[in-house]
Design a protein around this ligand. Structure first.
Ligand code: DX5
Ligand code: ZN
Length: 214
């Protein structure tokens, strides 16, 4: 069964209670985008906002960190209650650093994910696939909501699905960026287990939009 993880980057904070009520009723996870204005050309929010979101929801918190210092930032958001931390392979020096961050997150009983930007090949993360709980395929250049879906990224989803099957890996496949009523079914058919959706879900009737992705 596909999971829907709405990205609160597009939540209307002036209508917080109403929108959170809808998310709590209809979504499976909450996607929380952390941007540092360095790894990506945008700033989002800190651990305090995650703490408040967790007061308003029991949903699984899927924290996507787009930052240049993932080790420190991961710690702050684990302290704030993240259930899963996904960091970018492009933000670390090498596989050794990636493996030690994965180990650190797991030792805090938190799930861990690794993400690849559109121009990064799955080959870069293949040595890590037996260690992570989730792989996040970016279907837009990270940094902003409301961008168009890059359909070529579905090849990565298919490759990850094949690698998982042939190696009996345990990760789930999540896609993020430009998911809507047309691109969501394509991503599902390619093999995604979780769909992140921001502007599409928060830009209309939340219940209808989430159901249209299932
Ligand atoms: C972009 C973020 C996404 C974004 C998705 O860098 O990682 O999670 O909020 O927003 P939409 O669904 O509007 O593309
Ligand atoms: Zn995201």
């Amino acid at each position: 069964m596909i999971k829907i993880s709405p990205s609160v980057l597009s939540l209307d904070f002036t209508n917080f209670d109403k929108q959170m009520e809808e998310i709590n009723k209809h979504a499976d996870w909450i996607h929380f985008d952390v941007m540092d204005g360095h790894f990506v050309p945008n700033l989002s929010y800190g651990p305090k906002i995650l703490e408040d979101i967790k007061k308003a929801s029991d949903l699984f918190c899927d924290v996507h960190i787009m930052v240049s210092n993932p080790r420190e930032v991961a710690t702050w958001f684990m302290d704030a209650g993240a259930d899963l931390i996904t960091f970018h392979i492009e933000a670390v020096e090498d596989l050794t650093e990636a493996e030690s961050i994965i180990k650190m997150i797991k030792e805090r009983d938190t799930q861990v994910g690794i993400s690849v930007k559109p121009n990064t090949s799955i080959k870069e993360i293949e040595p890590l696939l037996n260690q992570v709980d989730l792989v996040l395929v970016m279907s837009v250049e990270p940094g902003f909501g409301g961008q168009s879906f890059m359909v070529d990224m579905l090849d990565k989803v298919r490759d990850l699905k094949d690698l998982r099957l042939s190696n009996n890996y345990k990760y789930v496949i999540e896609i993020d960026g430009g998911i809507n009523g047309d691109t969501g079914p394509l991503a599902k058919d390619a093999g995604c287990d979780i769909l992140v959706a921001g502007s599409y879900v928060f830009g209309g009737n939340i219940e209808e939009k989430i159901n249209s992705l299932r």
